[in-house]
Design a protein around this ligand. Structure first.
Ligand code: NI
Length: 283
């Protein structure tokens, strides 16, 4: 006989009580944006996945970048189905005038032939220069259309490019996009504008733990139902690991800070953000 006390996540434990077994389903954290295939993390990816599981992070979503990194992403991803999930998409920093058509075709081919949970990470990145602004915007628009065609959420990477993002997004409002703004560090006004033309959550990572970060103030105003947790590992490690290599195992440090900002117990943040992630990504 089994009594299901609550189905929230996928981590299952059972307690023997005489001959009665109680199956208790407890929430597990979801890291909604990570890169185990990155060369900084790849050498001990297996151990890093194990450390994450031991830290209570039960599901991890790998963001795609381009055709060079994609084979390693799938290689790791296929070893842990149900734990690792993958996106497909062309990262804006990988767009050049020469390669974008071919790269986009490869990302699209992956998206249509593999089980993926989002189109990402996609977006605009002008941090390294504005040489390929036109191409980046076109690639973003085409990937928005792809997401709607496949009925998938989008995972957005943005750097120094909000106004152009809003231009593309408003042009695409008929696509009824849903997704999340990965590594969100912008203002509440930006969050509100993004939600005029689509349904966006925010991906909160290690930056929220940094001293002097303005993000906690912004986060106070964003509903908890719109918050997702992420590490972006191996980058942007939370305090006290700031500046060092990041791992999914550090996600509870981010959750603790979000709990503090929201004035809620960390277990409640875990339950809500896990539900948010499972709903958005269908995992
Ligand atoms: Ni990333």
């Amino acid at each position: 006989m089994a009594i299901i006390l609550g189905v929230v996540g996928s981590k299952k434990s059972h307690l023997a009580q005489n001959s009665l077994f109680l199956y208790i389903f407890v929430p597990v954290f979801v890291d909604t944006h990570t890169h185990f295939y990155d060369e900084w993390l790849l050498p001990d990816a297996e151990e890093a996945i194990q450390r994450a599981l031991e830290a209570g992070v039960g599901k991890m979503i790998q963001a795609d970048v381009d055709s060079h990194e994609r084979p390693a992403m799938w290689e790791i991803g296929k070893r842990d189905p149900g734990v690792l999930f993958q996106m497909a998409g062309l990262y804006p920093g990988s767009v050049t005038a020469e390669n974008w058509k071919e790269e986009l075709a490869l990302a699209e081919e992956t998206a249509t032939s593999h089980k993926i949970v989002a189109i990402g990470e996609i977006g605009l990145d002008y941090h390294e220069g504005k040489d390929f602004v036109r191409e980046q915007k076109e690639v973003l628009r085409l990937q928005f259309e792809l997401a709607t065609r496949l009925n998938l959420p989008v995972n957005i990477h943005l750097r120094d490019a909000w106004e152009d993002f809003f231009e593309v997004l408003s042009d695409c409002k008929h696509l009824h996009l849903r997704g999340n703004l990965h590594c969100f560090t912008a203002s509440y006004e930006i969050y509100e504008r993004a939600n005029r033309w689509a349904d966006f959550s925010v991906g909160i990572g290690g930056v929220v733990t940094f001293r002097n970060a303005s993000l906690p103030k912004t986060l106070e105003r964003i509903p908890v139902e719109k918050i997702l947790l992420e590490t972006d590992a191996p980058y942007l490690a939370p305090v006290p690991f700031r500046g060092r290599r990041n791992e999914s195992a550090y996600l509870p440090l981010i959750a603790a800070k979000v709990a503090e900002v929201k004035g809620l117990p960390v277990q409640e943040i875990e339950t809500i953000t896990t539900h948010n992630a499972e709903t958005l990504f269908g995992i």
